[in-house]
Design a binder for this molecule. Structure first.
Ligand SMILES: Cc1cc2nc3c(=O)[nH]c(=O)nc-3n(C[C@H](O)[C@H](O)[C@H](O)COP(=O)(O)OP(=O)(O)OC[C@H]3O[C@@H](n4cnc5c(N)ncnc54)[C@H](O)[C@@H]3O)c2cc1C
Length: 431
């Protein structure tokens, strides 16, 4: 039966998965139409202009232990910039705030992290094929990361610190974080939680993540229609039909849906998705985070260069205690940053004039302006910004800048950027 379709393949979603699918399909000679609900591509990555500079509102850090991502950077000749190192660490245990060097904090975390991830490679010998672990996974599948930590012989302080770390990684309460997922993340970095840590917070794409999204989209040659929210997908022997929220319909021989788990349930499928997929979409992901950028008045010790400088990388030295906390978590691959329930320190990062709220449980490390690669003053750009722009009048304007708080298409609440927060002016010096 010959059917005339609007295009060969419809791709739903113009995040990295959708853009990649579109490019690969185009390379195979198919005509592709990408339908994206938002008014932009990039999905959970979004380099936007805030506080007078480009900021990544979502996914940010990349590492060569993400081989697919790294291959794309190589393909499009994109460079990375290192984020500044962490110097100070803060953590809370027994209701008391503790502080020390980043090394002190990481030493407190280490036993819990090492103990909870010790069997990562055993269960996930090939982490890109997670089910290869077979029956072994069934044995531990109902274990949460909290339950795993409770099995370890940790001091209360070690428990609190490691739990905070995992709450950060999961962007949610540790009693909701799956032990198997934790193991898989760490297996993806060779079984080393320190390398995992480093991967999550060391290198950013020069010019922001949009550079990569735009390069891939342009390379694909696919038509990308923004503002096109798909409400339902119908598939039969003749092909697929996507119905948009505005009532229009598009047909294709096939449709590729690249929506995250937490919004997959927002589309009606006919025939229905498999029971397993429906269950997973219904349960959703643990993560409940949002990413917050804050611009503060006055002089503040920068509390958010979160990661080791490249030459201080724990993975480049035998002393692993110099690692710092990650600023995104692997769970962000499907959800967002900090948590509402157990908020880790916000991902706010700025070389000067910014600070992060402290979590009740999560560890945080802070950096020192004296060791940051760039030393902009308060209200200046993040150290990796090409040209720090002192903007001492910015806080007020920046705080009222319209950062969406309501989830938009493709965002569960966990992926909605939260409203930028400004701290009350401290002693105003430079600004
Ligand atoms: C705050 C945050 C920080 C992160 N930090 C990092 C990091 O530092 N490093 C890293 O590697 N990863 C990070 N991640 C994860 C990374 O951003 C994601 O893994 C990646 O962007 C997911 O891409 P995707 O294409 O699978 O999904 P998405 O980017 O979510 O793309 C799905 C697309 O579908 C669209 N959509 C949704 N519903 C519809 C509909 N009905 N019709 C049409 N379109 C629809 C959405 O608008 C979206 O554009 C972070 C994520 C977040 C949220």
């Amino acid at each position: 039966m010959t059917t005339t379709h609007d295009t060969d393949v419809l791709v739903v979603g113009a995040g990295f998965a959708g853009i990649t699918a579109a490019r690969e399909l185009r390379r195979q000679g198919h005509q592709v139409l990408v339908l994206e609900a938002r008014d932009r591509i990039g999905g959970r990555t979004w380099t936007d202009t805030r506080f007078g500079r480009d900021l990544d509102m979502g996914g940010t850090w990349v590492h060569w232990v993400q081989p697919h991502v790294w291959a794309e950077l190589t393909r499009y000749g994109l460079d990375v910039v290192a984020s500044p190192p962490a110097i100070h660490g803060y953590w809370i245990t027994g209701g008391q705030r503790r502080s020390g060097t980043a090394e002190d904090l990481l030493a407190v975390i280490d036993r819990g992290m090492t103990g909870s991830t010790a069997r990562a490679l055993e269960h996930f010998p090939l982490p890109y094929q997670p089910l290869r672990g077979g029956d072994r996974l069934t044995e531990i599948d109902d274990l949460t990361i909290r339950a795993k930590l409770e099995q370890l012989d940790l001091t209360p302080e070690e428990f609190d610190a490691a739990e905070g770390m995992w709450a950060t990684n999961f962007n949610g309460p540790t009693e909701h974080g799956g032990y198997t997922q934790a193991l898989r993340w760490v297996a993806l970095t060779g079984g080393s939680w320190q390398l995992n840590f480093e991967a999550c917070a060391t290198y950013e794409i020069a010019g922001g993540t949009r550079r990569l999204a735009e390069a891939m989209a342009a390379d694909s040659g696919a038509e990308i229609r923004t503002g096109a929210r798909v409400a339902s997908v119908h598939q039969d022997d003749t092909g697929a039909t996507a119905s948009l929220e505005d009532g229009s319909q598009l047909t294709a021989a096939a449709v590729v849906v690249t929506l995250p788990l937490n919004v997959l349930g927002s589309i009606t499928f006919e025939p229905q998705l498999s029971p397993g997929k429906r269950r997973a979409a219904q349960r959703g992901q643990t993560s409940r985070g949002v990413k917050v950028w804050a611009l503060l008045r006055g002089e503040h010790e920068p509390s958010w260069p979160p990661h080791p400088a490249p030459d201080r990388s724990p993975c480049a030295r035998s002393n692993t205690s110099t690692t710092t906390r990650p600023s995104w978590s692997p769970s962000d691959r499907t959800t967002a940053h900090s948590t509402a329930t157990t908020p880790p320190p916000s991902r706010t990062r700025c070389s000067g004039g910014c600070r992060t709220p402290k979590s009740s449980t999560s560890p945080a490390t802070t950096g020192s302006p004296t060791t940051s690669p760039a030393k902009p003053g308060p209200c200046s750009a993040p150290a990796n910004s090409p040209a720090p722009t002192p903007n001492c009048n910015a806080p007020k304007a920046a705080c009222s800048s319209p950062v969406p708080t309501t989830p938009t298409a493709g965002q569960d609440s966990s992926t909605a950027p939260s409203k930028a927060a400004c701290a009350p002016a401290a002693k105003s010096t430079s600004c």
